[in-house]
Design a protein around this ligand. Sequence first.
Ligand code: ZN
Length: 194
Amino acid sequence: MKNVLVMCTGNSCRSIIAEALINAKLKHIQAYSCGVSPSGFVNENVKKILTKKDQDDNLGYISHCFHCGNRVVGKEITENCIICKNKLHSAGPLWIGQLFDKKFIISMMEEIPKFVVDSKCEKILEKCELEAEMPITYYTLDDIASKMKRSPLKIKNVIKKLQDAGFIASPTSLNPTGFRTDCDIDNMKKIFEN
Ligand SMILES: [Zn+2]
């Protein structure tokens, strides 16, 4: 049995989650946590997350093909890429459920007229609403461009091309050049070539 100590600042949120995740998912490792300036309590939202009933349903793996750009999201690790047959690199266990609560985002947007809100924040909320129910991984323009050996397209054009081809697509608030879509990498390259 190996011992691991996870350290963050307040030991109320990040290190607590890491400790719980390691102890729940990794065999032969015993995790502990601490903080450089411990708060002495566990964050209420962290308690809610750690005791959520659908916790296990939403934990899984994201497997990524660095060769062709394909991704696979699932409860188990996927070893090989179905598109190019190369070995996939997997991350997890991690949260593979929805990151955004669309209703909550809309209710935040409805509050905007009552406050002074920076237009940057408003734009982030707009993107959050668009991406709320989209696939959990996103692609970036640079990554696609390097896989296609061409200069990057504009984000608006990418989304329009994907939608015109019958796929769902949205920007993401997590990366200015990122977009989410249900289109797989092979089809995406064909669509962007035109
Ligand atoms: Zn591949």
